[in-house]
Write a new protein. Sequence first.
Length: 252
Amino acid sequence: MSVDQVTVAYGNRPPVLRDVTLSAEPGRIVAISGRSGAGKTTLLSTIAGLLRPSDGTVTVDGERLGDRDHAVAQGIVLVPQGNGLATFLTAGENLEVALLANGRTPSDARRLTVESLDRLGLSGQRNQLVEELSGGQQQRTAIARGLALRGDVLLADEVTSELDAVSRQTVLDLLRAEADRGAAVVFATHDPEAAAVCDAELHLVDGRAELVRTEPISTDQDRNGNGKAKSGQAGQARVGAGAHRLDQPPSA
């Protein structure tokens, strides 16, 4: 998945994002960091097809992205910051409805629902209404739904913000597992410790992207223990025009 020179503005207001470029490769996790209002959610919403950029393009496998329906067809899964759950459904029903809409059979949807909720420690909440769940339980239910969909690109927006330390680590491990199975994971976070475990970090400041760091996967051994890195995994996150690395001064 590639974001190329994307600018996003709301109406006649100044752009929220300016010339942002990013490459998210299969098998890698890219953290998007920045203060509140820096544009993290806007960037993920643009990649998810919810917002159309004023300029620039988002492509998946070389195909230019259209609207949200097109993004879903391209395997782009979004776990939104506000969880996006239907409060009048149970936790399990929220997962099953999404899986059925994604083409799963009823039996597969039930199986994946049970498995995904169990991975997040929510087996006992499967039949509880969302409105009866705590904030942390709702957040974990939304994560479980996103993981159950098994997308090619997983976008996770501040998904650890309401979690305790144990649940937070569980979610980070599950995001790594998604990357290990071949998904490209883009994780927006304001938590520097969470960002530090990702393979690359893109920091947003005043709508522009600054590459904090990137860690190429070794050609000797990938994260699955294979003899060589998967195709495309050595790709680097890139910054857009006008941005600079934090460890290098901008050119004069």
